[in-house]
Design a protein around this ligand. Sequence first.
Ligand code: FE2
Length: 285
Amino acid sequence: MSELRRVSRLYTPQPTSDGAGVKINRIIATRELDYLDPFLLLDHFGSDNPNDYIAGFPMHPHRGIETVTYMLKGSVTHRDSMGNVGTIHTGDIQWMTAGGGIMHEEMPHASADGMAGFQLWVNLPAKLKMTKPRYQEVAANNIPVVEKDGAKILVIAGEVEGVKGAVSEIYAEPSYLDVTLEAQKTFTHAIPRGHTVFAYLFAGNATFDDSGNAIASPMLAVFEDGDAVQIKAGDETARFILVSGKPLHESVARYGPFVMNTRAEIERAILDLRHGTFVWTEDRL
Ligand code: FE2
């Protein structure tokens, strides 16, 4: 029999700033929720005032993780040490595997409509921490959409009703859905047992399990184990991202944009950065 997952805990996003002063709401990587294996960080960025974001994220390193950027509106130009340059726009996804070392910048453009989106960090297992960097960039019109029973589901990763997501071959076997759910409608989604699941509600209100307690946005719900989640919109349209992934159950040594398994590996990353040997190259051991 299928068991619905219950909410284990709710978390309110924490206003903060990062990069060169970009205002963000931090959802994971807070004092209350340091790590939700395999998810290391979730930021909801966005503002209608360019002064809140225009300074962007100048050149900075990453090692040992993947970063997933999902633009809700506006555009960001990225440039990196592998020679990639590009701009992602409203609805686009960039899934970057930093692996053994990448330097990049992420610079938003001023927009009359404002700028908003999510950045999620997914941990890599020990055996892939030093892997070759990789990008999967998906334009908005290539993200599959499933419409069912009052739900509009953008399938960024994972599978809904046999429709496979735009991003694949990710170690954590993630599901990443952007769901818009009409008032009073119910959305049910199966997730493998043992996988970590969260929903971040960013519009409207909803109930996340059968407790009957309506939750107002913005709010993060983390779920207990089970076979599926069931979310019901309240008296207005709700919108949330529903994300799941396979936990690593490995030790975590973390220092800013470096996430490794041991302190020694963090020290190595710092030394590599200092000595100009940080970025991944074909001939590096
Ligand atoms: Fe970055």
